[in-house]
Design a binder for this molecule. Structure first.
Ligand code: AMP
Length: 143
């Protein structure tokens, strides 16, 4: 097993769907040490041939697996499973137990943001709202 805790400049990505894998590919190309966790090993097929990071198969609610993937020493975590409840749980774990300095969380349902309130270093991302904003922009303002 690779000693990933010794790596510097780490990005931990939780959920290797379209969003997670795209960020993983970009960060890896940019020279970061990228660690990706997904419960479905076939999800790693979305990683490009030029991805040079590490993959971990299993459920992200297994804290032993997250520790194996160096949650305790990562500079940032991108939480992007397709399950908002899982994402909120991992955001709490990353902030309150491991004090990860930068925590980015995908939430498909913006009304759940309230469940992140009070957490330190947590930045929610709402793909739905980003799509609406882009749509408005393309139509030229607030029509
Ligand atoms: P998508 O919804 O297409 O962005 O993909 C989300 C990814 O998150 C999929 O590859 C799922 O296998 C993964 N995923 C969902 N729930 C979990 C979980 N509890 N643990 C690990 N990976 C998960």
């Amino acid at each position: 097993m690779a000693k990933t805790s010794l790596l510097r400049n780490k990005t931990l990505i939780v959920g290797c769907g379209r969003l997670g894998s795209s960020i993983a590919n970009k960060e890896s190309l940019a020279g970061k040490n990228v660690l990706v966790v997904d419960k479905n090993p076939s999800a790693f097929e979305l990683l490009s041939d030029r991805f040079s990071g590490y993959t971990f198969s299993g459920d992200v609610t297994d804290l032993a697996l997250l520790e194996e993937a160096s949650i305790g020493s990562t500079k940032e975590i991108i939480i992007a499973t397709g399950d908002d409840n899982v994402n909120i749980f991992i955001a709490h774990v990353a902030s309150q137990i491991y004090s990860v300095p930068n925590i980015y969380v995908r939430l498909d349902d913006p009304s759940l943001e309230i469940l992140l309130r009070g957490l330190v270093n947590v930045h929610p991302i709402f793909p739905f709202e980003l799509s609406i904003d882009k749509f408005k922009l393309l139509r030229g303002g607030n029509r």
